[in-house]
Design a protein around this ligand. Sequence first.
Ligand code: VGL
Ligand code: ZN
Length: 197
Amino acid sequence: MTHALLVIDVQNDFCPGGALAVSGGDEIVAPINSMMDDFDAVILTQDWHPEGHSSFASSHNGKNPFDLTEMPYGPQVLWPDHCVQGTQGAAFHPDLRTDGDLIIRKGFRPTIDSYSAFFENDQTTPTGLEGYLRTRGINRLTLVGLATDFCVHFSAVDAARLGFDVAVRMDACRAIDMDGSLTAAETAMRDAGVALI
Ligand code: VGL
Ligand code: ZN
């Protein structure tokens, strides 16, 4: 077994004071840093949107952050502007170790959002992460990061469907938790065969 730690979106905009702050988002930085040495590989993801991205409420007339809209690929939550490429908000939390092996960016296509580290929200456009993991012989993944109910959730479910052995360290994740999204995410992850630890 070659075991990688997948660190999802530990970026300023998802931490207290950020544009899409997740409560307690900064509390997981120190525990994640100390876990890194226990893995064969460390991979970080970075939410990385162009200005005016289609997932931003500000790009839709009459819509507010956290409203739902319909995209060609299905329903999409609209977010406050966040993780705009090159901004401080898109940077990793300043205390996060970034000496991992790979940083994979997602959400850079203007018309598709990407929660998962594997596929964009159309569920068909790949990020390339699967190929990277397979060519390195990585078959086991532990996920940590932000937010439990969105990017961690979709990354974990996709990884399990692709056949990886997947665990989520819930103590090293924090959730947005809107309208029961955390409970729904936990159910979906368990149903996909993800171990919640
Ligand atoms: C995320 C909402 C929008 C996440 C990213 O990292 O969970 N959530 N973009
Ligand atoms: Zn985003």
